[in-house]
Design a protein around this ligand. Structure first.
Ligand code: FAD
Ligand code: NAP
Length: 335
């Protein structure tokens, strides 16, 4: 375990916001975590890749845990499937590349999502028609007050759209140490999103797992800002889900509104479209703005404080509410 006192967290969150942590503990394995818990640690902030957090205070007195628990291992295998157990500190994209290299299918549509494996179940990461829950088997987490280890099944995690029990009643109570996924040795491409369908068609090749992963990496590299260059945490807001009657009302006033069916009688609205219609796409207020290629991504042009980003996000929320009477909720976790 490595302890740093007065650690600036600027390089530990992809928004690139400065915040001084009184105590930052880098944990390398489960024993480091248990030692910390038994030392009486209170309300720690766990940071993986820091790509889904917004630090709103200039000083963080709660202990910060920087999770670096590594390791990928196959724990079960048959002719068609494999179950892998992954350390929560493993970089998500490195893990996905490992699955693609080994021809284990299921996560290729989730290529190039920043962050670590431990945070993937927390918001049930998703992209291009796939959510991690589709391959998820279970996870191990340690209770931060007792040190007790608990196995969470798929059902225990209560996965939803960018949601899980860890964003609700288990929020802040556990440190996830390992996650298991069941992957298939038989590849069936999931080609649903226009960008992916078009790009695969342009290439004119039979889609392999590697090709789908490469296409998605390429699309994302061209559309999204690189956090190393422009601070951001990906989509700042979740796409709102509305009842069909609400969509019907909206369609009368906004015939071009972008919506996708979700289950029966509900629709997901593209929050990016709503924000764009309010004129925020590519806008800049001081050090903060919405990215020019994707209005849902709030960016730090350099030197923004967490407070400035919160203020800007509230302005976006209020304008969308006023124009469409639709509430958009942050996806990013505020601290
Ligand atoms: P962090 O930001 O470090 O933490 C996120 C939350 O999880 C915090 O509450 C933290 O305390 C908690 N946490 C982290 N690790 C643990 C642990 N081991 N145990 C308990 N709690 C923990 N998300 C998507 O769903 N789909 C996308 O396509 C996508 N694209 C993105 C693109 C960009 C450019 C960026 C910057 C972000 C994107 N995201 C996307 C958001 C983000 O990458 C994911 O949510 C990712 O899973 C966050 O991982 P992290 O390790 O960085 O989490
Ligand atoms: P996009 O393809 O321009 O689509 C805009 C929105 O419409 C997305 O939010 C997506 O919802 C929805 N959508 C598009 N096609 C759909 C379909 N066939 N079925 C259902 N919903 C559809 O989106 P983008 O911004 O370029 O992002 C591409 C993918 O990467 C999306 O899945 C997005 O969630 C993911 N992504 C996520 C983050 C993040 O931080 N959470 C950041 C960047 C990209 P969904 O968002 O529900 O998929």
């Amino acid at each position: 375990m490595i302890l740093t006192i007065n650690q600036d967290l600027k390089d530990f969150n992809t928004f690139g916001v400065s915040a001084l942590a009184d105590y930052a503990y880098e944990i390398l394995d489960e024993q480091d975590l248990l030692d910390l818990i038994s030392s009486g640690l209170e309300n720690p902030l766990i940071i993986g890749g820091g790509s889904n957090i917004l630090l709103t205070q200039s000083n963080i007195s709660n202990p910060v845990i920087l999770n670096r628990i590594e390791g990928i291992s196959v724990i079960e295998e048959n002719d068609t499937e494999v179950i892998v157990s992954v350390g929560s500190g493993v970089n998500w994209h490195e893990f996905v590349l490992w699955t693609v290299k080994n021809n284990y299918s299921g996560l290729e549509n989730l290529s190039l999502i920043p962050g670590n494996v431990g945070a993937a179940p927390i918001q049930n990461i998703g992209a291009y028609g796939v959510e991690q829950e589709k391959s998820f088997v279970n996870l191990t987490a340690f209770d931060l007050s007792t040190g007790e280890s608990k196995l969470f099944t798929h059902e225990d995690c209560a996965f939803g759209y960018r949601d899980s029990v860890f964003k609700r009643r288990a929020k802040g109570k556990y440190c996830i140490t390992r996650v298991s996924y069941k992957l298939s040795k038989i590849f069936k491409p999931i080609l649903q999103y226009k960008d992916v369908v078009n790009r695969v068609a342009e290439l004119g090749e039979t889609p392999t797992m590697e090709l789908v992963s490469d296409v998605i990496i390429d699309i994302r590299r061209n559309k999204l800002p690189y956090p190393e260059e422009i601070g951001n945490a990906g989509s700042f807001f979740k796409n709102p889900i509305v009842a069909s009657y609400k969509l019907n009302e909206l369609q009368k006033r906004f015939p071009d509104i972008v919506a996708y069916p979700v289950g029966e009688n509900h629709y997901k609205l593209a929050a990016a479209w709503l924000i764009d219609q309010c004129g925020f796409k590519g806008s800049r207020y001081g050090n903060v703005g919405s990215y020019k290629n994707q209005a849902l991504v709030i960016v730090n042009y350099g030197g923004a404080t967490g407070e400035e980003i919160v203020n800007y996000s509230e302005k976006v929320q209020a304008t969308v509410l006023e124009k469409f009477n639709v509430e958009i909720e942050p996806e990013v976790n505020f601290y």
